[in-house]
Ligand binder design. Structure first.
Ligand SMILES: Cc1ncc(COP(=O)(O)O)c(C=O)c1O
Length: 419
């Protein structure tokens, strides 16, 4: 029996998570998941249908964990859907980069004490730090200012007893703007000089002292990590203190149409070189991937409501799961679902979303048979990262369904099926 339900944003609804997931090795339930085509033919969904591939997410996580020579925390913001988190857990993920009280509570509620949660947002409200520390046993926090260091020192402690396990303090280093698809250099991070003095200032208060950075999301150049690690080396030397952890953040890319990144192994090699050049044997290496773990694992089936020439009006858009297809201009793989088989030669279409805003437009191109018409279903792939997580309720279009399916991804994904 297909399991599906409303795909409301998991952080806004009361959780219906069953028992906390066991810490021992687990496999995913329901090996006989339905296929997208059969499910759509039977249900004829009139709302966007999120098709989650748990086994693919599990395999992708396994592959990343096997390839990366350090600790891998999943960046929960990328997709906090509990079924995604569960599939990652089944793939071996036990560490989580959280950035909000809701993410911290979700992960703790789902996995109990077996999950290691690190609060890697460099600017936090005092109650958020306090609750993370006292209620959810978070011990590692990021910062990029003296003021944030003071907040963490004030709030992340017990009144009368020392903290078991000690506190981890991780200084976020600002990087120059790179050529990642999503530049993340503009908001967080201490410039090198300040980062060095923050390391020195934090050292006496940290059981684990770390330096972290983010090269930008969907980084196509492995050298970006090597360059960042070279800057990290300078900062560590300037600080004149011992650093225990180097955290290379997220940014690991996935394939989109016309955009094939270098293999993960090239990124791992660049990182290994950069870490070796730090000259700090024994330093712990962490990463915070989001996109690379979950992007291939979710597709969204939309329905055509009107065709106007080369434009299709569909029931999901930039205020829904397709925001990256709007202004950021990501191209996504698409295929037409028709019970009697798709026909017609491939043609480039643009999509319009369901809201009344004229920016609710996705240029694509989405390559589909040239006879697409009203009522047709289109499956759009690679939407597991920053797709469902960015949905809004603008114009009342906040409803969607979610189903777990057994299909392959729309774009070949390394590690699946596992060799
Ligand atoms: C601090 C931090 N870590 C990790 C990530 C995940 O990045 P990605 O999805 O590019 O791997 C992000 C994304 O914004 C982030 O801000």
């Amino acid at each position: 029996m297909a399991r599906h339900r409303l795909a409301v944003a998991p952080l806004r609804r009361r959780l219906d998570i069953e028992a906390p997931y066991p810490a021992s090795p687990v496999d995913l339930p329901a090996p006989d998941l339905p296929a997208v085509d059969a499910f759509v033919a039977a249900e004829r969904p009139t709302e966007p249908l999120h098709c989650l591939r748990p086994r693919l997410i599990q395999a992708t996580a396994r592959r990343f964990l096997a390839a990366f020579p350090g600790e891998v925390m999943y960046a929960v913001k990328c997709n906090p859907e509990p079924r995604v988190l569960r599939a990652l857990w089944a793939g071996g993920v036990r560490q989580f980069d959280c950035a909000s009280p809701a993410e911290v509570a979700l992960v703790r509620q789902m996995f109990g004490a077996s999950a290691e949660i690190r609060y890697m947002h460099p600017v936090k409200a005092r109650p958020a730090i306090r609750d993370a520390f006292r209620l959810h046993h978070v011990r590692d926090f990021a910062l990029d200012s003296t003021e944030e260091l003071a907040k963490i020192r004030d709030e992340a402690r017990h009144e009368r007893r020392p903290t078991r396990g000690g506190i981890g303090l991780h200084v976020r280093l600002a990087l120059p703007k790179g050529d990642a698809f999503y530049d993340l250099s503009g908001k967080f991070g201490a410039p090198a000089e300040l980062a060095a003095s923050l390391l020195a200032e934090a050292r006496p208060h940290a059981e684990r002292l770390g330096l972290c950075f983010h090269v930008g999301s969907q980084t196509m150049e492995p050298a970006a990590y090597r360059n960042a690690l070279d800057l990290a080396k300078t900062v560590i030397e300037r600080s004149r203190v011992a650093v225990d952890v180097i955290d290379v953040g997220g940014g690991f890319p996935v394939a989109y149409p016309g955009l094939t990144p270098p293999p993960l192994e090239a990124y791992v090699a660049a990182i290994a070189d950069g870490v070796a050049a730090l000259g700090r044997p024994g330093i712990r290496l962490w990463a915070e991937p989001g996109r690379a773990l979950v992007a291939p694992g979710v597709s969204v089936v939309v329905q055509v409501q009107l065709r106007r020439g080369d434009a299709l009006y569909v029931n999901d858009g930039i205020y829904g799961s397709l925001s990256d297809a709007g202004a950021p201009g990501f191209k996504f793989p698409a295929r037409l679902l028709r019970p009697d088989g798709a026909s017609g030669t491939a043609k480039a279409f643009a999509l319009f979303g369901p809201t009344c805003d004229s920016v609710d437009r996705m240029q694509g191109p989405f390559l589909l048979p040239d006879d697409v018409r009203e009522g047709d279903y289109i499956e759009i792939g690679q939407l597991g990262a920053y797709g469902g997580a960015l949905r809004t309720s603008f114009n009342g279009f906040d409803r969607a369904q979610l189903v777990e399916v057994g299909d392959r991804p729309l774009i070949a994904t390394p590690g699946y099926p596992e060799e």
